[in-house]
Design a protein around this ligand. Structure first.
Ligand SMILES: Cc1ncc(COP(=O)(O)O)c(C=O)c1O
Length: 368
């Protein structure tokens, strides 16, 4: 049997009739960009995220970049610094560059693999304007500690929640610092479109209104023409798909969590380091990553058994030439853990027999 890392056609099969009906309605309406579907999705997504408002944009990368600009954290031609994690998709850091900011990397927590508050404190300079924690693999970063640092130093927090739909409900408790979160709806995400899409959410309606101006060129007088916008409009087809799938997201996340529990249980007496969840830091398992000192051998073993795995991410971002910064060399935890990570198949439609097959293959390797 062959087990792909992810098979999105299974999700489509489950939803084909409702998706097709929604598409037909949307197509027949004759409005294709930033229309009623986008508006309705924005309202629904803000509610789901416990924020007061949301702006739909063309991608998660743009959601991050526009939130950084709209919050005033990154200003044109100021070389404003944004502290983030080196263990993330390159897009996280590209968003900082695209906004006109300077990424600065801080080391990660050895268990959660998200930003470690102490190195974040040490990375602060007079140029620091924002912290961009990444909720890696679907688990919240240590938001209380990060917000506290931000408050103390007058910084903005822009969450990279691209992998954390349903994990981040930080807005519930009210904000003590300028704060927004950015989501990606890339098709593989926990909530995925059928193309590119993204959204920024916040309790700061002025910030979200600015994102809405910036996504359409940025021409409106509210910004006095001083900030270049871009074309980052969300289309009606993507919004209509997202609205349908949003109705299933909580169930899908619960299924992801159940599969993760099954893996964790099966692997608890092995040499693997497993994802751990604390009460305050919900995990929605966009990715289930184990860590092994024999990572490459484990991956080869699973490949021979027909099980596809991936590495998120094979290169730390601060090692990539575009992002190499002076002073970003000392990230020992990220350097060590990046060599050990391996992502196993985990998605809501993964069948129980397939889960068992992954478990058996991993245990067989562990006993070898
Ligand atoms: C952590 C993280 N940040 C940002 C992004 C960028 O999102 P998008 O691909 O929608 O631009 C992604 C996904 O690719 C991601 O996984």
């Amino acid at each position: 049997m062959s087990i792909p890392f992810l098979d999105l056609s299974r999700q489509h099969k489950e939803l084909a009739s409702v998706l097709n009906a929604s598409l037909e309605r949307t197509l027949a309406r004759g409005v294709y960009i930033l229309g009623p579907e986008v508006e309705a999705f924005e309202t629904e997504w803000a509610k789901f995220s416990s924020a007061s408002s949301a702006a739909g944009v063309a991608s998660g990368t743009d959601a991050l970049a526009l939130a950084l600009i709209a919050s005033g954290a990154v200003r044109p031609e100021h070389d404003d610094e944004v502290i983030t994690s080196p263990l993330t998709a390159g897009y996280s850091v590209l968003a900082i560059k695209n906004a006109g900011g300077v990424p600065v990397f801080a080391d990660i927590d050895p268990q959660a693999l998200t930003l470690d508050p102490d190195p974040v404190r040490q990375a602060i300079t007079p140029r620091t304007r924002a912290i961009m924690p990444v909720h890696l693999y679907g688990q919240l970063a240590d938001m209380p500690a990060i917000k506290q640092i931000a408050k103390r130093h007058g910084l903005t927090v822009i969450e990279d929640a691209a992998q954390a739909h349903g994990a981040t409900r930080e807005f519930e408790s009210g904000d003590s610092v300028p704060h927004a979160a950015a989501f990606s709806f890339y098709p593989t995400k926990n909530l995925g479109a059928i193309g590119d899409a993204g959204a920024a959410v916040s309790n700061d309606t002025t910030l979200i209104d600015r994102v809405k101006i910036l996504r359409q060129g940025g021409h409106e007088p509210a910004l006095q023409g001083s900030v270049p916008g871009r074309n980052s409009r969300l289309d009606e087809i993507q919004a209509s798909i997202l609205r349908v799938k949003l109705g299933y997201l909580d169930d899908w996340n619960e299924r992801r969590r159940a599969i993760a529990r099954r893996y964790n249980d099966a692997f608890k007496n092995t040499s693997l380091s497993l994802p751990e969840e604390s009460k305050e830091r919900r995990h929605v398992y966009h990715i289930y990553a184990v860590r092994s000192d024999r990572r490459d051998a484990l991956q080869s073993h699973l490949r021979l058994r027909g099980i596809e795995t991936m590495i998120h991410y094979p290169f730390l971002v601060h090692r990539q030439p575009l992002f190499r910064q002076a002073g970003s060399g000392n990230l020992p935890v990220a350097e060590r853990e990046a060599k050990r990570i391996l992502s196993l198949p985990l998605y809501p439609q993964l069948r129980d027999d397939e889960i068992q097959e992954v478990i058996d293959a991993v245990l067989e390797f562990e006993e070898s």
